[in-house]
Every structure is written in C-alpha cells, then in structure tokens.
Design a protein around this ligand. Structure first.
Ligand code: CP
Length: 291
C-alpha cells in the first residue's frame, strides 16, 4: 500500500486515517519492537515532514535510516529509481520520499515492492501535510461541512494549496485563494484577502516559494507584508472563533507578522504536533495495522 495522492483515498479512508491519528494523540500504543525499518529519502530540504516521519517511526518502535542526499551517490549520477531500489534491497520496510519532480512516484510504483509514502512532490501533492491540516481543523470545529477557508500566498507553486484545495472541497468546505496575481491559480476561486477575511473560519497562509520561481518577486518584502501579510490589524477583523494556520516554514514579517505567529488564534505549532500523529497513522497503515 502506498500514500501518494489523496485522490487515491475515499472519504471514508481519509476519516479512518484522521481517527487513527486522534487515537495516537490520545495515547494509543503500537510497538513494532524494532522489527520494521523506515527509510526517509529526502531529495529536497525539509524539517517538519522529514523529522516528524522519523519521530513517528521511532514512536511506533520502528528503526529508521535517514538518507543524506548531499553525500550520496546522487552526486555520481545515480537516479531516483536506482537509489530507492537500493534501499529496498537493503531490506527496509517502507520509504518516505520528497522529490522536486511532480509525480516522481509514477516511475517507481510498478517496480518498487515496498510501501512508498509521498512526503511532497514538486508543486503537486503533500498528502501528509493536508491530513494534519484536516486533523487540526476537525479538532477545532468537529466537522468540515460548511466551513470556509482562505489560502493566501504563492498558490501556483504550493503543493499544500493544490492538495488542500481539492480535499477540502471534497469534504464540504468552501475554499478561496488569495495573494499576488502573479501566483494565482486559474479556477481556484480567487478573492481579495481584505474582502474575505471577516467571513472565513480558517486563514491559511503560505510561504512564497522563491526556490521554484524563475523570476524575482515583483513586490518588496515590505509591500508583500502590507498587501497580503497577516498582521494584528487583519487578525482583529477575523471571526471570533476563526483560526490561523500555516504549513511552515514561515517567514516572520513577510506572510505573517512576528506577533501573530503564536497569537491566541494561531494553530501553527499545533499543526506541527499533529504531524507526528498523522504520520504515525500513515506508517501504521502501510506497515500493517495488525502488529
Ligand atoms: N510543511 C512542510 O512540509 O515543512 P518542511 O518543508 O519543513 O517539511
């Protein structure tokens, strides 16, 4: 079983993963007693996804290997497939992969015989991030149906925006997007941030993904912060019960003001914590729920 794209999962299966993650949050114990090994193969930088998958595996009693791409035979021209096949032959039980190429996993699935968990493919998908976002929203509101969310920032280059836009609509949420027109995605329900902010239940901010741009951003950092950044004046316009989310890493005083990061409405670090429970659920699912 693989976890590549949330489109591959039914709504019932998504809810099952969220339920399992909630059980882990509430103390559910599973111990693979070191008999399973999880290999984290990150071909792009990561802090949260990489080390929360690692933490999740350790909490399940698995052993882990953490691939160092910068000192690997990638530098000698080895391909993605040959790298992953090598780990399969070592005897690892699952691979967690982040790679710059959209749908990199399509070249692997027919030929790799262990579970693959997609930890982010280019601008395409970030399934475990969306699941932890959903868990955080469900914990807050107890439902998805009827909720409104605005995702603000570099929509076109964000795998988080792409994954969330689809799955949140499937679960009954109304999803708006906003931010610089140069990063707008056609068909993504674009709105003016200041016109929607007082109507939504969730404000989700995104980092500008400079590493995926071919041209420099048109606005200065100060202009970006003034036009699209969440500052305390905009927070004051949010509904009383509304929450702030960000997949992180965040750039303080660009898309979010320094004093808003940990304000009362912010669930940003709760998202990080939920990431471990979601990844425990995903690993437990692919390694076999009957230990
Ligand atoms: N949210 C997220 O994917 O963060 P990392 O890039 O640090 O893994």
């Amino acid at each position: 079983m693989n976890v590549l794209n949330l489109d591959d999962f039914s709504t019932e299966e998504i809810n099952h993963i969220l339920d399992l993650a909630e059980e882990f949050k509430n103390g559910k114990k599973v111990d693979y007693q070191g008999k399973k090994i999880v290999s984290n193969l990150f071909f792009e930088p990561s802090t949260r996804t990489h080390y929360s998958f690692d933490m999740a595996a350790l909490k399940l009693g698995c052993k882990t290997q953490n691939f160092d791409a910068g000192n690997s035979s990638l530098k000698k021209g080895e391909s993605l497939y040959d790298t992953v096949k090598t780990f399969e032959m070592f005897g690892t039980n699952a691979v967690v992969i982040r790679h710059v190429e959209n749908e990199y996993y399509k070249q692997l699935v027919e030929k790799i015989n262990i579970p693959i968990l997609n930890a982010g493919d280019g601008t395409g998908n970030h399934p475990s991030q969306s699941l932890l976002d959903l868990l955080t929203i469900r914990q807050e509101f107890g439902k998805f149906e009827g909720l409104k969310v605005v995702i603000v920032g570099d929509i076109a280059h964000s795998r988080v925006a792409h994954t969330n836009f689809k799955i949140m609509q499937r679960l009954g949420m109304t999803v708006y997007t906003s931010g610089p027109l140069e990063y707008k995605e056609e068909g993504y329900n674009y709105v003016d941030f200041d016109e929607i902010i007082d109507q939504v239940d969730v404000v989700m901010l995104l980092r500008v993904q400079h590493e995926r741009h071919t041209e420099a951003m048109k606005e200065t950092v100060e202009e970006y912060h003034a036009r699209y950044g969440l500052n305390s004046e905009r927070v004051a316009k949010m509904k009383e019960h509304a929450i702030i989310m960000h997949p992180a890493p965040f750039n303080r005083n660009v898309e979010i003001a320094d004093d808003v990061v940990e304000c009362e409405k912010s669930r940003i670090f709760k998202q990080v914590q939920n990431g471990v429970f979601i990844r425990m659920a995903l690993l437990h699912m692919v390694l076999g729920e009957n230990v």
